[in-house]
Structures are given as C-alpha cells and as structure tokens.
Design a protein around this ligand. Sequence first.
Ligand code: MN
Length: 719
Amino acid sequence: MSYAAAIRERRLPGARRGDGFGALLETLESYLPEEELPGIVDAYEYSAGVHEGQQRHSGDPYITHPIAVARILAELHLDAGSIKAALLHDVVEDTEGTVPEIREQFGEDVAVLVDGVSKLDKLRFDSAREAQAESFRKMLLAMARDLRVILVKLADRTHNMRTIEALSPEKQRRIAKETLEIYAPIANRLGIYSLKSELETLGFSTYQPFRYRVLKNALDKAGGKQRRVLAKLQSQLTKLLAKQGIEARVTGREKHIYSIYQKMQRKHVHLSEIADVFGIRVIVEDIELCYRVLGIVHQLYKPMPGRFRDYIAIPRVNGYQSLHTTVFGTTGVPLEVQIRTDEMDEVAERGIAANWQYKAVDKRTSTTEKRARAWLSGLMELQHAANSEEFLETVRVDLFPDKVYVFTPKGEILRLPRGATPVDFAYAVHTDVGNRCVAAKIDRRLVPLKTTLNNGEMVEIITARSARPQPSWVGYVVTAKARNAIRAYLRKLEKDEARALGKLLLSQALRPYSLNLRRLRKARIKPVLEELGIDDLDTLYVEVGLGRRIAPIVAGMLAQDAGGDDMEVAARRQPLDVAGTEGLVVDYARCCYPIPGDDIIGFMSSGRGIVIHGESCRTLAGYRKQPSKWIPVSWTSRPKREFLSEIHVRTQDRVGLLAEIAARISAADCNIDAVRVDTEADGAVQVFRLRVRDRKHLAEVLRNIRTVPGVEGVTRQAG
Ligand code: MN
C-alpha cells in the first residue's frame, strides 16, 4: 500500500473523507517524495481543526476550499511549502489561528507565505480608472516578496471564481471585474496560461454574461466547418512529418473566448475577421527541429505575409518561447501554427510556476531566493535580444521590489521608491503640498514625518498655510523631487537671510570709519566690487553674510583705508544682537552649547555664516590667529527659542536612576533631546542633551537633578 493510502486509512477521521483531501494526496504522491507528505497532512489537520464548523456560502464545509486551492497548485506541481500555505491560507483571516502559531508548527517559510496571502486579502480594487489597474497589479506583486504568495492567491481566486454562483449578484460582478482587471493579467504576466485562461473565461461569463453567450453561440456555429478543416490539416501534417522521420505531437487548438473578445474590442473587428481563432500546435524535441518543421509547413501551405513571429530567438517578457506563423490551409482559411519544444510548452502552460515546482535534485540546497535568481538569470539569457527596458521593469517589480505603492485618501495609487516617507509622498502629490506639510497620517493614525511608508498604506498629509520646509527633511527624503524642492527653498531662504546679515555686518563694520552704507557713493563702491570680482552690492552682502568675505576687511576697502590693526578695528565694533531666531546663517556651536546668559562670541565660518561660541570655549583657541573673523555678539534681552545644552550627571550605578533623573528634568519643564550612559568602574556618567531657555532655566534643572538620591555630581559641558 502506498504511503498516501496508508495515511488515508489510518489517520483521516471518517467525517472528513468527502472533503477532497484524498484526491489531493494522490496528486501530491505522484510528484512529491514520501517524506514531504506527513507535514502536509499536519497542515491539513490543523486547518480542518480551526475551520471546524465554518461553512462556505454554498453550504459546503469550509475546509473544502483550502483543499481545492491546494489541488490547483498541486496540478502545477508546486513544492510542499506552497501546498501547506494553500491549506492554511485563510486561517489567519477567518479563524483563531495566528501567524506566530503557524511559524511554530510549520516553520518560517510557510508562515511568511500565509502572512503574505493574508495581507493581499485586505486589499480591494474598486477604482473605475484604467490606469489604476496597472498600479494595483504592481502593488500586489511588490507586496508579495515571494512569488509563491501570488501563486497561492491566484489559485484562491480561481477556486472562488469556480464557486462564485453562491454569492449575491453585486458581489459576483465586483469579484469578476477584479478578476479580469487584476488577477488574470497577473497570471498572464507570470506566464501561467492555464490559470489565466480559466480566470478569464469565468470572469467574462460572470461579468458580461450576455456578451459571453452571444459570442459563444457564434463561435459554436462558425466552428463546425473550421474544426473539420483543422482535423484534416492535423492528419496531413502528422503524416508528412512522420515521412521525414520527425517525431512530433500535432494538436489542434482554439483561441480562448475572452482573448477573442478582447481582440475584437481592441481592433474593432468582427469575429469572422479574426484569423487565429483556430490553430495547430506542433511540439518537437529540440530547437533545431522547430525550424525544420517551420520550413516543411511553409513548403506545404502558403504563409500569410507579415505574420511570422520568432519568439524562440526573441522570447516574450514572461519567458514564453515558440514559433508562430499563419498559413492558408487547404481551403484558403487562415490558420495559426505554433511550433515549440516540450520544455517551451511547459513554460507556456505554467510560466513562473515552473520555477517553484518540486525538483528532486535541488530540493535540499535551493532556497526561494536562489530559485528566484536562477529564474532571473535564465530569463536574462533568454531576453538578451528583447526589449530590455520593459523586461527590467518586469523583473524589478516581480522579484526585487524597490518601489512602494500607497493610496491617497481618494483611493489613487502613488508609486514611490522604497524607503519613501510622508514628505516624499507630499511632494509627489504637489510641490505646494510638500512645502506646506506639517504632519501625516498613515491608515488614519498620526505618525512622524520621517516614518517609512509600506505597501498598501493610506497616506494623508496635513498642511498649514504658514508652514515651511524644514532643513532636517533633507536627511530622510528619498525622492529627487522632494530633495530638490527642499534644497531650492532653503537656498533661497539662506540667501535672503545671508543678504540681511551681510548688510548688517557691513554697516556695523563701517561705523568706526563714520561711514554709512546708504550714503556711500557709487564711485567708491564700484572699484571695490571690481577688485573682489563681485557683480553687485547684493551679492557682496550675501558673501559677507555667509562668511566668505570678512566684513571689517571689506569695510576697510570701502573706506579706502588699509584697515589698520585688525584687533583694534574689532574692538571698536558694536556687538551684534542674536536671539536664536536668525535662521540658517547664525548657528550655535556643538562644542560648548552656548545659551542665553553666557558670554558669547561669533566666528565667521566660511560658507556657514556666523557660529556662536561661549567665550571660554576651548575650540576657539585655534581661531585666535584670525581675529578679523571674530564678531562681537550679545544676546537680545528676550531670546524666543530653546537652546541645546549638554550636562554630565555622575551617579552610582543603580537601577531606575535614569528614569528618576529624566522625571526631575521634565518636572523643570525641560525637554530631553538625547541621552547616553557611559558606565565606569565606580558608577556611571549619564550625558543628557537638553533644550533650555537660558542659564536660569538650566540652573533650575541642575538643582532638581541634584536632589535625586544616588546623584554624585552634575556638571555642564561647555567646550
Ligand atoms: Mn481563500
């Protein structure tokens, strides 16, 4: 007795005998090794257990559906993982079963597949717009990291279409439309002809039952004569090939009804004008024979000019290979003849599914990725002569999805590069939306703007009229459009700010000479601009503001004065007031973190504008040699923002201490920007970066921290 029969006898409860699992096992036994079968039986028993008591709309026990789906895949000879995933594919959606439970019982491979199918089940396509269908198909492919997910989904849809009569008419129409627009084209793209044609026929007869019946009747009527011609041609050709010593299988074939319908629609023609409704397929052993058979066919019957296609030399994108020619048969009726090898025929019927077929040799060593790569490199070889752009696009979407597909609130689909954020999304919608975005929602939940988007998510952007692009966005956007728009905005902003600052610095530097920019004569300015190689006064302001030109030196030139001792000039200058709100051309040093109340000094840093340091900052020592780059600065009476400050808290190494200190910091109405803990032999040093208003605020924070038991000392980091 075979193993499968033994399992059936011993282990299957009588009540479940009629569910089709026995037939599935028989098919599996014909191509899978025996040791794979117990795992599949386990998956079946688990699934039957959790679906127990559930029914389909038809009234059948629910378990008959996953079994039927598995049978469709077994007919394509798919591997054990795919079969288990098919048996378990509705467990997560419809029962108490979970992905972690499936992972524990059936392993990572099966869990990933079931999870993938469950995620696809949540997406529903109901946009009426043609262009959206292609995006939706790509989204499905991109979401299914492993193409077996798509294969299970296609089989699922095929069985649902076979049993669609149990549903309400509206549901039937919606599902049939989705099948025709989304799933049949995917089966076609993946080259799985058997599923594609079944999905199309079922979809067509459900979605457009009247047109289907009319066309079917017409085909039946016209077909009688054609079929007789076909049979005659078939036997003629078989005999002739045998006489030449060529072993070949010659079969008649009919174009599928939906393909005929599509062609009639596309070309606006009548049924009688379609030449390739009937045809002949010749299958031989190798490629050389294909071309020999072609020669014989053309000798025997007159070929129709312009109808020969060599898909062997130039395969289709989905890997399909064959020779196609249309000839005038004995009665002058055109007939399409397809010539291919056994292997090509296999690919034509099963397409990509052929790559996940169980093969004894590579079973142990081959991972999914390896198999995918093998498929890819095979296709690459085949495709060298084909339309490479289209091919690469297909492969990219199929195997290495580097795009994410997300929905707008209106249900439109946007395609963005992997890693894209809501800011990228906002700029993809419109530059104005990007420039004004302040917050984002993903699937109706508020998220940070730098969140990475995932396939299938619905993204909503919240804008405010007063909002402006933030410099930090450049750090996480991935699209060129967003990056360029933000940079362009910041450049303009920086230029405006630099111009204003430069003007201010220059007029201050002119004061010791008792000069005033407004009253400076053109005759005095022009030679200076010429000497500096600068076109106009505005550009000079920008250069000074950005620190590329030194204000006292330019002032000296304008005053037609050698400039004297730089130090002396610097000493005579009025301090520049800073408030922290100057924007991009005034920056605060990260070595000493100056805050309002500190004595400060400005340093003109070339290209960056002014960087404010604490006066005692050690970093400044290196700059002493360039006194002309110093700017005296002082705080305005009321700075309006918070400033970063770094403090070091020396503590005992005690559990929970960090949380206590953080709580005391918050109690002083102070936000923590970052925290780092350095553990040392006799305790720990906790380094906090805080946002404080001024020295008084910081002092309050430090006082609070000192009251925490276990804190041994607090110091401020200042350069
Ligand atoms: Mn299902």
